[in-house]
Design a protein around this ligand. Sequence first.
Ligand code: RIB
Length: 287
Amino acid sequence: MIYVIGSMSVDLVVQANRLPKKGETILGDAFFMTEGGKGANQAVSAARLGANVYMVGCVGDDNFGEMIVSNLKVNNVNVEYLEKIDDCASGTAHITLADNDNSIIVVPSANSEVSIELVDEALNGMDKDSIILLQNEIPKSIIEYVIEESYKKNITTIYNPAPFIEINPELLKKVTYFTPNETEVKAMFGEEFNDVIEEYPKQMIVTLGEQGATYFDSELINIPAMKAEVIDTTGAGDTFNGALAVGISEGMSLNDAVQFANQAAALSIGGLGAQGGMPYRHEIECK
Ligand code: RIB
């Protein structure tokens, strides 16, 4: 069972041929709304790849909240640990797609309301085979609590430190795996992060976009990315993390799980929207 403790949002996406400069107004090409949030994206990724997934988090009592919950249900994600917060907006992410990349501002809203009580309910339902997937779009105090508790209970935890926030480095030692991307690893450890990977063998997995993913296991190992057509890179990291959790929950070696996650991430960028290109199990070659 995979428990994703994290954010759920509606993504409000504008496509334009470039980003506006400071103080400038430009015309965009298209607008669409779709389901996102790093937590929900990772939950959907894992569920589409065949895992039993619980989403743990909060939505607001608005139309966006309904949209988020019904999308999770359609994707077979269990919503028993979702809390609807009264008089509160659901999380939103304001995304501009330009130059083959994305820029995002997240407004957490209900995602800021995730509480220790809610997390405890989920933790009480877990057993030794459970896996927790955690990101940085819920309150820092909750992230720290989840890491401490999962460590005490010996539960496998994959911590995706996205977007970057400062956390006590001692906490990193308590997660089973952590998965920064290049921007996040540089913010955490500085530009020369290759040396730091050695300090976290088979624990820190750095995702490098077109360059694949890297970790240390007696030597520096790079698993190259699969070549893919780029429609929208939003959610590629989330697809990777959801797939990694699936691989690990199925007992794959770390190498196989990273390869599996790389394939899923490559397929995900072929569709529009964070979840638009996320693959189903039958689309993945190495199973
Ligand atoms: O990782 C992609 C996600 O980040 C988007 O879906 C958006 O909601 C932001 O949280």
